[in-house]
Structure formats: structure tokens, C-alpha cells
Design a protein around this ligand. Sequence first.
Ligand SMILES: [Zn+2]
Length: 189
Amino acid sequence: MLIAGHVGYTVGAVWALKALTKSDTSADYRAVAVMALAPDFMDRALFVFALPSAFDARLIAHTLIFQLAILGAITLIRRRWWLYGAASVGHLSLDSTGLSAAWARHMLWPLIGSEWRIIGIMPGSGAVTIPYQNWVWLRIQQALQPYGLAPWWVWLLEAGGALILLAFAYRKSLYQLPRLRRFLAAGEL
Ligand SMILES: [Zn+2]
């Protein structure tokens, strides 16, 4: 899934959870949005800047074990932050829409095979033989490739996420500039 899908469905889930449980505990929707994309931020950064031996833009942050560790760490820091850890764990299920055996092995690494290549890393390969800035530019282009290759149903799911965000903005009256400003400054109204 791409950006609007991840942010839209995750924000929608937190919004629905708050409505269903009639919870008055505040949730910072800015943090929810960032955490919904956190596995992509982490793995793309590793792929583009740090790991020449990575051959996939989904790496360690796209494994369940890593996500559960993050969830545990965040919850230990502050219990009510579990929601933000859960937003990051939820990223994996949203990435699971064209489920394949290779993706299941990746997500469950190291339970079904512990080789690094399962999570997109080939140790010892991919030395940087061109100037670093050229290499980073090349990696950015490779990391963006999935966006160009996404099939039609991925765009349909993206549209669903975008619609949820529009409904959210409408219900929170974010079309009124002062409310939008307040929302962006505080994450919640
Ligand atoms: Zn992802």
C-alpha cells in the first residue's frame, strides 16, 4: 500500500476506535499518521543511505518481530502510547494486500527461515563504486519504482484511504482555516 492508503486506513481505524469506545483519551492524529508510515521511513532510509547490500526497499522494519519490539518499547515509555505502536504494526497488515509466500516469509522472519536475503539483504553484495551522492540518487529512483508499477487495485485502495481522510477532514471541520491551524498545531481538536 502507498501513502494515502496507510495514513487513511490507520487514521480511520483510530477515529472509529475512539468513537466506538467513546474514549475521551486524546490521540494525536499527527503521530498516528507518522507511525502509519514509520516502517517505510525506516526501511527506505536504510535502503537509500546506509545499506548497499539491501536489494529491496522493505527490510527489517517490515518484520513482525521488529514491530512488536517497537510496540513493546513505546508502551514501556508511556502506556497510552500503545496506539502509536499499534499504528506501526498495522502497517504490515496493510502491506499484506497482494499476499505472497515470499511476503509472508519476510513478515514472519526469522520464524520460517532466518537468511538475510528473506528480508531483502544480501550480505557482502552491492559495494558503492560511484560517488556517494550519485549512488543515493540511484537508490531513490529504485525506491520509488513500486509507485510506478502499482496495479489498478492498489490505486483503488489508495482512493479508499484518501476518501477516509476527506471524511475525517469534513467531520472535524478542517475546511475552516482556524480549526485546521489548531489541528495541525495540536494533532487533535
Ligand atoms: Zn511498507
